[in-house]
Design a protein around this ligand. Sequence first.
Ligand code: AMP
Length: 509
Amino acid sequence: MHLSSLFHRSALMHADRPALAAGTRDPLTYAQLQARVQALAGWLRGPMGLQPGQRVMLALRNHPSYIESMLAIWHAGLCAVPVNAKLHPNELEYILRDSGARLCLSQGEVADALAPVAGSLEAVRVMDVESAAYAEGARGPALALEPRPPQELAWLFYTSGTTGKPKGVMLSHANLVGMCLNFYADVQAVASGDAMVHVAPLSHGGGLYSIPYWLHGALQIVPDSGGLDEDELCALLTHYDRVSLFASPTIVQRMVRHARQAGGPPPGLRALIVGGAPFYVEDIKDAVACFGPRVAQIYGQGESPMSISALSAAQVAEAVASNDDALLGSVGYVQTSMAVELRNGAGQPAAPGELGEVTVKGPTVMLGYWNNPRATADTLADGWLHTGDIGTLDTRGLLHLKDRSKDVIISGGTNIYPREVEEALMRHDAIQEVSVVGTPDPEWGESVLAFVVLKPGAQAQAQDLDRLCLASIARFKRPKRYVFLEELPKNSTGKVLKRELQQRALPTP
Ligand code: AMP
């Protein structure tokens, strides 16, 4: 099914229900949102001169126009190219060129920074979603619903690309519908009366999770700050009821701290759906202690969005109650419509408990990388998506992630998985965050180095941390050195920038 006809169906079913709100202001109803979406689609295909199949870049922070633009792009048979609004203009230029987008919807300073970039490219326009032209577009003649194929491209998502240039992951409408069905089956049911607040960037998983919400007639709320402001979020979670949010583990930590200072969790919180980066056992327990049985976890990647494995909030809460650390340390069970196989070093299926690369099959797996048949052939080899993540599947069917294959530390010829060391260190009461990386070592090839952020006012010495490691992990895995930092460098989706930490660890020439 194409998302344009599914949104049309929602607009018919839920015409008078609230659909999209900016902060606590009066929301647009589904009928009002549909009117804007159809008019904007007409504007894209008319005055903006776009043809079905063409790409439109979305380069803006979270903004109510983000969601209506996504819907308008799909209604017009176009493909969205979401980008992190914090990218450097050179990076935006690369994506504009690579995707061949003819139009970029942007806002404020990002639009200003993009104007010269777009000016240097032929036939690329930048439109500010707060401009008079956009407002007029949203009031113009409607484009009627057209029958469109489910295999059409919906979302061309540029992977963060820690090595080399970013690649455009091609996701079809059918991929995204598959993601929604997994969401309902394994993460959360959604009905009108539910709401989702978007604090994580809409250009990433948070934007995709708007789909299962509008598909079932729920409300989307975009905070005025366009991101995470704890006081604002707390006010929204007091104003609205039954609100869920997609959050990185870092966002969850910040919410826990805020709720503790405020004397308790906000009343309107229904669920935190956490993913995108390792969610450590101690942090999960802390979040459940603070928010109750409201913490779910998902594992996916751009190439199979939000859809590899999951743990519902009930499963997480039960595991916390029964001290089932094996479950809490996993990323859960394989999602309903997916198949996961772990491949060992020889490329053969790994035995239960044996380490291997996570490979995935299912309706959410990308069509391939945009204009990059070589990378597509490597990543989708033999019909499976090769995720680059290393893990194990245990006899209970739980998937345990160790690390990205490129983050594995090889010391004295032995593999050390940073996550294992990080989990051990997180048990120390004084530690707020930690990230473990490998650093060149003349004797061992690489040695283990831990970057540690302590809780405000807390104290810990390297020897305390060393003792803790010796008590729970093999001697050779414990960090040779600790570096204490005020904060860890992270990208906009909450992933720790391990390459940057590795650079910092190198001796200055
Ligand atoms: P992206 O394609 O930017 O969404 O990044 C996907 C990568 O983030 C995955 O391949 C994993 O390495 C990591 N990731 C996503 N979800 C989780 C999770 N729940 N736990 C640990 N790592 C995760």
